[in-house]
Structure formats: C-alpha cells, structure tokens
Design a protein around this ligand. Sequence first.
Ligand SMILES: Cc1ncc(C[n+]2csc(CCOP(=O)(O)OP(=O)(O)O)c2C)c(N)n1
Ligand SMILES: [Mg+2]
Length: 349
Amino acid sequence: MDRPSGVEPLERTKTEVTALFGRKAKSSVLGAYRWMVLARTLDARMLALQRQGRVGFYGAATGQEAVNVAGGLASAADDWVLPGLREQLVALVRGHPLGRYVHHLFADSADPALGRNMPCHPSAREVHYVSMSSVIGTQISHAVGVAYGIRRRKASAAALAFFGDGATSSNDFHAGLNFAAVWGLPVLFACTNNRWAISVPVERQTASATLAAKAKAYGLRGAQVDGTDFFACFEAFSAALDRIRAGGPPEMLAFLLYRMTAHSSSDDPSRYQPTDWSERAAAHDPFIRLEHWLTGQGWLEPQVRERVAEEAEAEVREAIRVAEATPPPEPSTLTADVFARGRSEAGAP
Ligand SMILES: Cc1ncc(C[n+]2csc(CCOP(=O)(O)OP(=O)(O)O)c2C)c(N)n1
Ligand SMILES: [Mg+2]
C-alpha cells in the first residue's frame, strides 16, 4: 500500500486516547486498525475481481473506514443498523463473518440472500444489519420505523441510519428527521458526506452551510465530525448512542470525508472531479492517519504492521477461494423465503 508522507496528523495524546477507550486502549485501537487493513484489502481485491468479471458489481468504501469501524465498535448488539450504500464493514465489525459476506458477493448457494440481491447489498440478520437499499434515502424512514418499534418495546437500544450527502435531498430524509424529532424516537442519523452524489457536488444539493445544520431545522442536535479521524468518529458515535439509548432525543452526525475510489465499479470520477481531488483525499486518508498515529506512539512495530497486512491478505484470499468453489444456488431456491405461509396454510382459522 502507498504511504504518502504529507498526511494530516491525528491530534490526540496517548492520555486522551486512553481516556476514550479505557484500560485496553492499545488493543482496542490496534483492533480498529486491523479492521481498516482488512477493509482496504477487501476493497482492492474485489475491485480487481470485478474488473476480471468474477464478481458482478462492487461499491468500495475506501476512505470511509474510520466512520465504519467506529460505528461498528460504538454500536451495541441490541442496536439496529440500517445502512446506506457503503457500510458493509459495519456488519463485519458487529460480527458478520467475512466468509459469509464474500459468499454474498459471489451470489453463491451460501449467500444469505441466495444470489437474489445485487452483489454488495448484504443482509446480516444475526447482527441486526438490515439489507441495504440502493434506492437513495429509503432506509432513513425504515430506521425511524425500527426506532418506533424499539420505543414501543421499551428496549434500551438505538436505530443507526447511514446515508450519503446525496440522500439529504430525498423526501425520506426530511420526513424521517421530522417524524423522529416529533416522536422523540431513539435513532441516530449518520450522514457520510464525501461531497459528491456521483457527479453532483454537495453545493448543488443544498444552500445550507453544512449538512449538520439541517438537523437544527427539525429541532435536533446536529454535529459535523471529521470522518477521516477515527478517534473523533468513535467519540461522536459513542456519546450520541449513549445519550439516545438513555432516552435522549434523536441526533444527526455529519461525517466530512473523502472517498478515495469511484462511486461504484460502473463509475469514472476523473470525468467530473477536480484533478487534485485524489491528492486532497490522500492527505486525509483515515487509515494512514491512524497508522501514523499508532507508529508515532510506539504502538505499531513494523513487524506487526507487516503481519496484520499478511493476515488480512490471507483471510480475504481464503474467503474468495471458498466462495469460488461453492456452487450457485439451486434453481429450486428461487422463491425460498419470498412468500410467508398464509394463515389458512398455517392452520389458523
Ligand atoms: C431514489 C434514487 N434516485 C437516484 C438514484 C441513483 N443514484 C444511485 S447512487 C446516487 C448518488 C448517491 O450519493 P450519496 O448519497 O452522496 O452517496 P455516495 O455514493 O456518495 O456514498 C444516485 C443519485 C437512486 N439509486 N435512488
Ligand atoms: Mg456522497
């Protein structure tokens, strides 16, 4: 992996990081680093496999790892995640096995969706991760519905909705924030603002100074967070989720970040982004920022760094080998799980 030197340093002392993560701060932050290495390895391999025609579609989240790892670590098992386009890593961090996710990418018979969803649209019921919808913004309304269910059951949990900057122009965003605010529902709205909705820059989506300011219009707390600073992301997620689970009102976090890869395997951003965009993105690479910080603190020796990279490479390679050796779904499973048993079939009166 390239390691550019002109990267913004993470301005946290070891004492501050220890206060944030507790006694096991070093292993927690190293754990987060490992997730980032795995994510980056997976993105690079899957984009290459898509180009070779071995997977049909892939939407990378390179550059968004700080938000995804922090969101996964700060969320609790009872919370529900309603992802936008790029939070697959959140499912993995919450415990969805990598192998299962890779089966999904290959749409084989071990894919939980039995090959009937578009690749890169995983569902992971066992970790409360709802299948993502490519229809922009719809998951925001679903998250508010889930939060309503949580409230009715008097559970101490939160719904966590992710969406991009483009989704703030959808009806669901406005209806969702308004409904959640009026009903005081336990939902955290997490916007990943990479400043582009495919080729449309964020300035053409809104005249607001920030996306976080939109929350205020609905009477909610809204904060802008550096989405390339892992510590800032973790701190913001943890504090907001704690307040919400304790009965506080909904909130919105707007994570400002750069995505370092195209919108999807079907996009070519060089046709619309300024020529220095990737240079600006590299200076805010969340993975390199964390790696530099860990190295500077003496928490990441070169041998450990190499071993982490090798292990991620081997793990991803093995998951791909297994998936490619798995047969496609049986035609007879085409309608499995599609229809519920009717009342009369179930023997109900
Ligand atoms: C309702 C709807 N309108 C348009 C599209 C086409 N579309 C797919 S992704 C996308 C842009 C999404 O941008 P953003 O929300 O910022 O997410 P990002 O890709 O930057 O992560 C659009 C317009 C869609 N999927 N759904
Ligand atoms: Mg965007």
